[in-house]
Design a protein around this ligand. Sequence first.
Ligand code: NAI
Ligand code: MG
Length: 492
Amino acid sequence: MASSKNNTIKLKFDSARKYAPAPESRSAAKINARYDLFINGKFEKPLSKKYFGTISPSSEERLSEVADANAADVDKAVKAARQAYDRYWKKLSGAERGKYLYRIARMVQEKARELAIIESLNGGKPIRESRDFDVPTAANHFFYYAGWADKLEYAFPNRQAQPLGVAGQIIPWNFPLLMAAWKIAPALATGNTVVLKPAETTPLTALKLAEIIQEADLPPGVVNIITGAGATGAALVNHPGVDKIAFTGSTQVGKIIQNAIAGTPKKATLELGGKAANIIFDDAPLDQAVEGVINGIFFNQGHVCCAGSRLYVQESVFKQVVQKLKDRLETMIVGDPLDKNTDIGAINSKEQLNTINKYIKIGIKEGAEIYQSSAELPHKGFWCRPTLFTNVAQSNRIAQEEIFGPVLAIQSFRTDDEVIEKANNSPYGLSSGVWTDKGSKIFNLTTKLRSGVVWANTFNKFDPTSPFGGYKESGYGREGGLHGLNAYVKLV
Ligand code: NAI
Ligand code: MG
């Protein structure tokens, strides 16, 4: 029994948080002690004979171990995908391919709770997000592309859409299940087969998806899921049997991939980094705008390629907006990803936390003024308080480079032209946001901002029907919507 002293401390802690802890139960999630490679419809021991541990970034507890695929394992997976492509998948009618995708979509929904728990455990994101965003959006992608599978003649009128063959798909750790769905669904709908490699820190929901795919009775080899780090990814990129590479991750690796496939017939879509600008005009509904900015940068600990990591506020409302942001920051709950009240979970890895802390130091050194919430941080795991910088110059590294953490760089502006120039003054161009009461201003900015997505009076909204992708160093090609089909077909 807890002593009365402990109870008093606990009560104080709870009232500071305003909510009693409401943890999701871990027992609803089944995680094996070890996972092999999902090749040709079966879980196969790696030829490399190697495994590596995967942890929970919120507790540093080891959750499982997964296979470390070497070049021979990659070769085996690519050959399985090729065989499945030649033998049956490319011959199957669109309606039949669609049935498999609908089945996977429904099974993702049925296992939604378990997938959400594992996503939060392995990746560190709040359960509210994995439950309400990642998992349902992943299911929606399978539903959406299932619908296209037998309607490709309407997607591409007067043309014949032929599959490319085997797609090598490499995904990051920020939306592990959603990125897997985002990549697999359009590839299968258009008649391609797949070798997918999840990120080394977050392999578990992709392996759960492999179990779902097995249970859905997808023909063996149509989807292969192999685990490993950068070397496994590179072996997949360089394999001559791969016809298309779909990559989401850092601009640095995107460039390596682009170089590696130059001169080969391989097609590629690259979805890379970002440094999105959120722009608040003085006529905007400020409370909504502040909420949108908070969502834009602190959502998923800022581990979002389209995170609104730069904020431009019109001068007349600058002080007011910064004060509102600071007040809001104080109310944010940082902690256990499985707690339903948590707003900000754990940073995905020690490496990423080091990167974020490095940038916070750079910001201070550059002369920017820092403000961090006073949230208590847990003792174990990887954590970062939500952080704001004011007094930021456009040339500062914290305003130019991708930090990929809960760190917001705030600047002021006076005129439309000035803010358009500042927002576009970035090597990236993935997304931006405009907050104003005036439709004319929205139209003016959406035509001039050089980014793939411009959100107006909202931020970070995703839908399987809308295309997503970048300008400049944010990559090329589009995923999602009708455009997302294009990346997996040749038109004859
Ligand atoms: P990364 O780009 O190294 O990792 C992404 C994926 O690529 C992982 O599956 C990884 O195993 C694989 N990979 C790594 N090297 C490869 C290679 N040479 N060939 C093929 N595949 C390879 O990203 P990392 O190192 O985890 O994060 C570094 C920075 O990248 C972050 O701080 C962030 O700024 C950015 N990033 C951007 C993402 C986005 O959504 N656009 C996602 C993850 C990171
Ligand atoms: Mg890397």
